[in-house]
Design a protein. Sequence first.
Lengths: 335, 473
Amino acid sequence: MEAINEIQERMARARGAFGEVKAEIARAIVGHEELIEQIFMALVCGGHCLLEGVPGLGKTLLVRTLGEILNLSFSRIQFTPDLMPADITGTNVLTDDPSGKKLFDFQRGPIFAHIVLADEINRATPKTQSALLESMQEQSVTVGGKVHRLPSPFMVLATQNPIEMEGTYPLPEAQIDRFFFKLMVRYPSRGELGRIADLTTASLPPAPDKVLDGDGVLEIRECVRQVPVAEAVKDFAVRLVLATHPQESQGDGALPLARRFVLYGSSPRGLQSLILAAKARALLSARPNVSFNDIRAVALPALRHRIILNLEADAEAMSVEKILAEALERVVEVP
Amino acid sequence: MSASLQENFSVLIGWEKLKRRETLLISALCYSLLFSLMASPAAALLPPWADPLIVPAVIFLVLAPGLFFLRPWRTGDSLRAVWLLDRTLGMEERAITAWEILGRGKKGSAELLVLEEAEGILKGVDPKAIFKRRLTWQAISAPLFFLLWLLFVFLDDGVRLERISKASQASSAAARLREFSRELRDRAASQGLSESLETARALEGVAAERLAGEVDEKGLQENVAGLADGLRGKEAAGAGPSDLSFAMATAEGLLDLKAEMEALRTALLPDSAKGQEGLGREALERLGNLPRLKEEIGKRLPSFEKIETKDLQSLLDRLEKEVAAELDRRTLVEIREFLDHLLRGMEARENQLLIGEAGPAEPGRSAQAEREKARGIFPGDQPGTKESAERSLPPFQASAGAHLKGLLGEGKGGSLSFQGEPKGGKSEVSQEEILASYQRQAEEELASERIPEALRETVKKYFLSLGMSERKK
């Protein structure tokens, strides 16, 4: 009984923290409730987010606000074509010690922060983009043969602009697969635009309060991983991931759209993201178990960047969203 | 906590299993009736022993285990039942998660929380009330198919009665053949009739094949016809002029003659033992008391008083062989007549069935068939109907002066044979009296209006000529 009470309390704390984060962000950001929830889910799952949207939608502001209210270290890296990997990870600098002896001292790059904003990530060269690979996956940086651990919790929030593609470098598949979620930042509604105008043209709002620290985030992470998933629900997620493959034959069979337009389906990381995000969603919904609806709700952000379409899809203007919608419609919960 | 939740799931799964079994049984019943209905036009192809009533039962007995084999209750079915419970009660997969957690060993705090929440929701929930029996199309169709099937089977007299008639016909013809062949076998064995005995065994085999269902009615008919043809062939082969004087005698006469021969042999034994060449006194006396044998020997040996014992014995051997051959021949004729009669009966039944299949018979045709049946030379196995125009026979009284008066009618002649225990001793009526009564009867008939006046003299002359020829003999 005590164990139940304890888990109930922890779950209540997690929900409370999320409520506070949402409320604080709402003071600086208008709308984007779903986006905020998804970023928080990625945070408590230990994942990274790629935010995509046209300029001026508040992507950078959102991430910066999140960094401020979380009582965590925050750094912003503006990706440019001339940015080098060492500019991100840090480099060994030749220095003199007090005795006058020359030695290499590791100067930490901006990646050494809890929350890292990789702004316009697709403007850097693939070489520089790949500097994030190890840090995102292993939460460590290796420079000069020495491994440097990154702080925990660690989260990369990258933004990219879908237009103005000239002079940009699309993220390599290995890089993009390491993002827990790919979130699309939508254009604000009419009412939201009005509120944005009020908020940003009047006197500056007070700085948001810090409502959650690193330990709090890690505790929620632990709590998320304890949420049980039924085999049937897990099997549904597995079949959903398999359904994105054009030559699928193990689950419910390849879907017509996937067979025609998909070049490569989701990787196993997609399934991991799906299950973990569903657990986080269940927790934030005050439910101790994962439901089919949780899987459905997180399928799009967790899988959309992991499905590679073929040339025919480009020609037919087919989107990943349509393919995933078909998968969600056709894959049955319990076969 | 776990126990009550476990019970909830057990009740739910048990209920779903019961519903599944019911559904499968109803489906099997529905499909059985449907297949029976579809197959009802082919009922004529069924073997005679297969009653249409058992067809759906047989299909059901095959189909039901097949359906249970194809759709056994699997873990996935239990999962689906629990999932449905989740959906129905809006439990957001708490039930399905709790059901799985119950099967695990160690449970974490979050898992215990799931169990607690699931138990709280499922408390007081009756799965039978939530998941009521559904009315499937099979359940709706089954009574309809049953009624249709009843209409097809019970109201279709033709199909049913034809089957019953076929079955009874099959059993009666084969049974009669077997009964006849057994009697024949006993008789042939006791009288030493080798060919008759062999034929009796063949007949018994044919009857046994039919009764065992190894051949159908047509096969029986073909076998019987084959045997009858064989006997007819034998008759034709032995139809040459016979030099036996007893060829015209009755079977009883032949049997008497055989008995007399046995008696004489017994009397001759002491003479042959003594090595006596001529007949002894005792043998001659005995021969004098054996009128039939004496007559036959007299025809062959006019001066038999001087015959030697050895010659007489060889004559007796020859005579005995001839008598046995004659009895065998007559028995074979009797068998052939029986087989012909049996075949006629079977053909008549077959024709009746064909008429029944073709539709209601014409009144005249039916009456004709009845008439023909009534005029058979052997009694049938079903009661016939009398023609309204036919007069009934006068009551037969077994007295000395009684006459059996025949009736004349159109078409083929008819006869009745009476078989009874013969009365011992000499006839109480003299031959002259019988002849006189027949003559009187003939004259009365000649005087009646049934014979045209112009032809009466011709008929009278014909009968008188028969009498003269008999007297000449």
